[in-house]
Design a protein around this ligand. Sequence first.
Ligand code: ADP
Ligand code: MG
Length: 351
Amino acid sequence: MRNLLVFFMAAAFLPLAGCERLSRQPAPFGGGATVPSQSAFALNTVNTITLYDEGYPHIYHAVFARLHELEGKLSMFDADSYVSRINAAAGVEAVQVHPDVFYVIERAVFYAEISGGAFDPTIAPLTMLWGITGDAPRVPSQQEIDGLLPLVNWRNIELDPETQSVFLREHGMAIDLGAIAKGYAADEVAAVIRRAGVPRAMIDLGGNVLLVGAIEEGRPWRIGLQSPFGERGAFFGILQTEETSVVTSGVNERYFTAGGIHYHHIFSPFSGRPAESGLLSVTIITGVSMDADALSTSAFVLGQERGRAFIEGINGAQAIFVTEDMSVYLTSGLTAGVDFILIDSSFRLAN
Ligand code: ADP
Ligand code: MG
């Protein structure tokens, strides 16, 4: 039985810097065989692309070129990116951007609106205050948090489709696309792969997974879902699915501890602190990876009850919630034992 299961690690952590690395992934038919894959660091994470079957060096090249190009446009840490230019001009002037950037910001605003502000791309002043994506994170004072909270408000993003320009109304405002950019990048990488005619591929941008094609005729893909505890590659369950995107937001993706307290990187735009919604992780399954990415962050902030109701209302989206009391909740479109198989007995299926 074990050999029949194909487990994929949701982003192996490798200390890479900018270069592409060759590695091998488990072959779709098991038996210990492997297929080539390539990894590179971009968008602040390790990205692993697996094009099944051999012989696609030029496609890998095109894929990583697109990935680095998007990083250069969307990263708030790259001073030349459009996002950095928008942030630098906050309260001063509108900035004309590339269509890629306009589109991602437009979608980010859409998700902010439908999530009631749980998802908010103007979270940047807070993520910077906490230093959550940098080397020296810290717990700020309540006064510091209160001072920045008024700047976190997606309604103060002004979008002009005519001129493709973006204006942040308040001085000190800034946007952080960290909760949606990887999803968009995955969709764009998939477009490159499909255009090239590759029949099956797995795109894994730091745990943001997008499947292309069918892994094997008549059989689903089997994706290991990262346990909110334990090492990378420790799975609590397996998702069996057709071609789709699978994206998880969780407390163990990026975090620091101070005074014995665990601080993770998904913030409540309301409290200005890491969201304490009673969740350990949320996995979203939906066709478009950008949607899955934005929805996973939104649902994490909303919590199990409100998050589940929110996802149930979105056509074509399913979700798996893991709560602090070790319960696993599935949205109504997923069947336990068929679509989702629990493999870690320290968790229990709650519905
Ligand atoms: P991951 O990066 O692990 O896939 P997410 O997609 O949930 O996880 O993105 C988390 C990142 O998004 C944070 O590092 C931060 O940059 C940004 N972020 C944090 N909280 C929010 C929020 N409430 N709305 C929008 N972006 C957020
Ligand atoms: Mg996200």
